[in-house]
Design a protein around this ligand. Structure first.
Ligand SMILES: [Zn+2]
Length: 397
């Protein structure tokens, strides 16, 4: 059939809009915003629906190295090591490069107060220093932080338009501790919260799942969506531990009651415990929500070699978590899966874990784990009672 894309609504060859499922409307509305390029986008979406695209976007820019924190554990060397490994393994040729942009003040202010945003700007531009006891900034940090949040927004857009199947935002500073009016735990702006707000307000999604496997609880992300019925926040984290939040009974409030799912884990948990949590808690929670997009706060600081925590996850364990997330995204939301980097401070473990994440997203068969299992593993305490409490709290079968 001859089809004039310049004059005809581009969704017609697929379906009428009324015939679309709810989860398809979101990205079509996103597509509306780029209608000048609709013919290309339409064909990409068609390919995606047939399962032909396995492309993975990688958001990265050297600007992220300009957040100069010197000898702080969260430093530019983290990303330098990741990029070096990805280049050595020819991974940079397998992914689709996606350029970041600066998030706008309007976009940031859906999560942060305008006073806080301008405070970070003026503090950095005045020369920087310690913004609080654990968060340091340099003169460029404000601009870098805008590009971290904006990079993740671009990641969401490229996935929602079908340009790539999934995406990884290799950004810093991290974000999940930052609250409405406060920097915390190496985080300036809450990148994932800003990007999720964008997916709801601009792409008109109604159900988004955030899965946070960083070893710390993402208190800022939880706060942002605590009363929001559209966003389910799921977190695994060492507990008790920094920042002190993330108990089982923190479940959300008002309309958002039940949309915060915390899995506080004792020290020494490893692959077996984390995968059990994903199988027994995350999978039923995700299936009940039926998300239209899955966002992941990917912190790799639960690795056994990372000195910041007492967990014992291996690179292989992270890869298996990614496998579950990808399977859920394929099953529930046409594969739409966006990762953003949070923590992870042992260079080799971080680089290998991110490579393994990308290998899993790309469908590469061999996942390398050069660090292996912990050499002197400690036995994790039983987690049956914690899992039972979570199942009862959230009425999971
Ligand atoms: Zn962390």
């Amino acid at each position: 059939m001859k089809h004039d894309h310049a004059q005809t609504p581009f969704v017609l060859p697929l379906h009428t809009r009324d015939g679309l499922r709810n989860d398809q409307r979101g990205f079509l509305l996103c597509l509306d915003r780029i209608s000048h390029n609709c013919q290309v986008k339409l064909s990409l979406v068609l390919f995606k629906q047939e399962g032909a695209i396995v492309s993975v976007g990688l958001i990265y820019d050297p600007i992220y190295l300009q957040h100069d924190t010197e000898q702080h554990p969260e430093n530019a060397g983290r990303l330098v090591n990741v990029i070096n490994l990805l280049e050595k393994a020819n991974m940079t040729e397998q992914v689709v490069p996606v350029a970041p942009r600066a998030a706008t003040i309007d976009e940031l202010s859906k999560v942060h107060s305008k006073d806080y945003i301008s405070y970070v700007e003026s503090f950095a531009k005045a020369g920087g220093g310690w913004l609080n006891a654990d968060t340091i900034v340099s003169p460029a940090s404000y601009d870098v932080a805008l590009h971290a949040a904006g990079g993740l927004i671009n990641a969401v857009d490229t996935v929602m338009t079908g340009e790539v199947a999934s995406a990884f935002a290799l950004v810093r500073p991290p974000g999940h501790h930052a609250t409405r009016g406060e920097a915390l735990g190496f985080c300036l702006f809450n990148n994932i919260a800003v990007a999720v707000k964008h997916s709801i307000d601009s792409c008109h999604l109604e159900r988004v799942l955030i899965a946070d496997f960083d070893v710390h609880h993402g208190n800022g992300t939880q706060d942002t969506f605590y009363e929001d019925p559209n966003v389910l926040y799921f977190s695994t984290h060492q507990y008790p531990f920094y920042p002190g939040t993330g108990r089982v009974d923190e479940i959300g409030a008002r309309q958002g009651e039940g949309t915060t799912v915390n899995v506080p884990l004792p020290a020494w948990c490893g692959d077996e415990e984390y995968l059990r949590v994903f199988e027994e808690i995350l999978i039923p929670v995700a299936r009940r929500l039926q998300p239209q997009l899955i966002m992941v706060s990917a912190g790799y600081d639960a690795h056994w070699g990372d000195q910041i925590s007492l967990m014992q996850v291996s690179v292989t364990g992270f890869a298996e978590m990614v496998r579950i997330l990808k399977t859920l995204a394929d099953e529930l939301c046409q594969g739409r899966l966006v990762f953003t980097l949070e923590g992870g401070y042992l260079y080799e473990a971080l680089a290998s874990s991110i490579k393994a994440t990308l290998d899993m997203l790309l469908g590469n068969p061999d996942i390398a784990d050069p660090l292996g299992k912990p050499p002197a593993a400690r036995r994790a305490p039983p987690i049956d009672a914690i899992l039972q409490a979570i199942k009862e709290t959230h009425r999971l079968s």
